[in-house]
Design a protein around this ligand. Structure first.
Ligand code: ZN
Length: 313
């Protein structure tokens, strides 16, 4: 029975027909949604939400499409946070926040979709409340520390370990690899090249190796492990039947990146104006912290499709 369930989890044709969130859980779905809603309200009080309609609508639409192709059984609320940290995090019950820094760092819609699908998988599999149940955490105040770790939050998780027993963190790694496996299936089912998830991993890793601390401070103490990349590649080969074509990126993605880069540049200029006069840089001209944000804006109207190269295997 359990073997059968495990096989179903690995079969993208079974998405939506399998209970990936099954497991010991002190929280009902209703309680989970209420918990997530409360946490989301805290996040929104502290964070700056991007309300530019084109950006907000695009990221929400991209996410909702992934949700439709996932095992998630809760409705999702998806918002963009204005911060350069390369991250995204989904709270229990489907309250999902995507950092603008993640969008700017992604080179294609498929890369962004890969990270978002990973977060959606955490929610679909109810990792948050299952982890809270396993850790027997009674105090809600400790929970945000776990969730705010998001996709890249090794450093934050380390901080959380002050409050959480070591055994608790080892469970987290199991959930992490499960979210990788499920997320790959969701992006694949949505039509994206699952290899983009690996590409993004490798890009962050090599940028961090070249200049530690440039991508994100968290990687200097907790580098992305090779085995995570290898496992993802293995899952792609073994679980996802090769398709003749995949969506790589869209002109909308480039447009949204361009708009976000402009927002970031404007903010940097505004901040500098407080101290001294400064020269205005054109959006995407490569001012500090926005490396790569100016790539390929408005190149093409159609989605970019790619045939999988044979040597990928
Ligand atoms: Zn994760």
């Amino acid at each position: 029975m359990s073997l059968f369930a495990a096989d179903k989890k690995k079969d993208p044709d079974e998405i939506g027909n399998r209970d990936v969130g099954k497991g010991v859980n002190f929280y009902s779905i209703e309680k989970e949604i209420a918990l997530g809603k409360g946490l989301a309200q805290q996040v929104e009080k502290q964070a700056k939400i991007v309300d530019e309609p084109v950006i907000a609508e695009y990221v929400n639409r991209l996410g909702q499409n992934l949700v439709r192709n996932s095992d998630a059984k809760v409705p999702f609320t998806i918002k963009v946070i204005d911060t350069e940290d390369v991250n995204a995090f989904a709270l229990p019950g489907g309250f999902f926040f995507v950092n603008s820094g993640l969008i700017l760092k992604a080179d294609s819609e498929a890369e962004l979709a890969g990270v978002m699908a990973h977060e959606i998988a955490h929610v679909a599999a109810r990792h948050g409340t299952r982890q809270a149940t396993r850790g027997e955490i009674a105090q809600l105040s400790t929970i945000p520390l776990i969730f705010l770790g998001g996709w890249t939050g090794y450093g934050i998780r380390q901080a959380a370990s002050v409050f959480i027993p070591v055994g608790f963190l080892s469970f987290q790694r199991g959930f992490e690899s499960e979210a990788d496996m499920l997320g790959l299936q969701y992006m694949y089912k949505s039509g994206y090249d699952p290899g983009a998830f690996v590409d993004f991993f490798e890009k962050i890793q090599s940028a961090e190796k070249k200049k530690p601390g440039t991508m994100s401070k968290v990687f200097s103490t907790h580098p992305l492990t090779e085995d995570r990349i290898e496992t993802a590649q293995k899952n792609i080969q073994e679980l996802l039947k090769e398709r003749p074509e995949y969506v790589i990126t869209t002109s909308e993605f480039n447009d949204v990146k361009f708009r976000l880069a402009a927002l970031h540049n404007k903010r940097q200029i505004d901040n500098k104006d407080l101290n001294r006069p400064t020269l205005r840089k054109a959006p995407g001209s490569g001012s500090s912290g926005d490396a790569g944000s100016d790539k390929g804006a408005g190149d093409d109207d159609r989605p970019t499709l790619k045939r999988r190269p044979d040597q990928f295997r």
